[in-house]
Design a protein around this ligand. Structure first.
Ligand code: TYC
Length: 103
């Protein structure tokens, strides 16, 4: 019987191993110089936020000091950080963006 898959003819349940990737939060940090409209544009273009969600997230960061732009696997999160920083620097803005693992 093919279900009995060891020599003692006892049944062994085989399970497929599923490993969830660790997820990383991309955080936007507040500063005094980056224009609000640039942060809203970043949230739309790089984090696929609607205009109203982008506005709410930007204002939360402005008031509270930091906020979550999105949650991704490590490589995606790090790529978005690099892309946003490059874009901000190209415009002369000091915007800070970091990725941190979820607890
Ligand atoms: N504090 C900025 C201003 O008043 C706006 C801002 C919001 C900057 C969020 C960065 O991550 C940021 N122009």
């Amino acid at each position: 019987d093919p279900r009995f898959n060891d020599q003692s003819n006892t049944q062994t349940l085989e399970r497929t191993q599923i490993t969830r990737p660790r997820l990383y939060r991309v955080l936007l940090l507040n500063d005094d110089y980056t224009p609000m409209e640039f942060v809203v544009m970043v949230l739309g273009r790089y984090f696929r936020k609607s205009d109203s969600d982008a506005e709410m997230i930007m204002l939360a960061v402005h008031r509270k000091g930091q906020g979550v732009a999105g949650v991704y696997t490590r490589e995606v999160a790090e790529t978005k950080v690099a892309q946003v920083i490059e874009h901000a620097r190209s415009e002369g803005y000091p915007l800070r963006v970091v990725a941190e693992p979820e607890p």
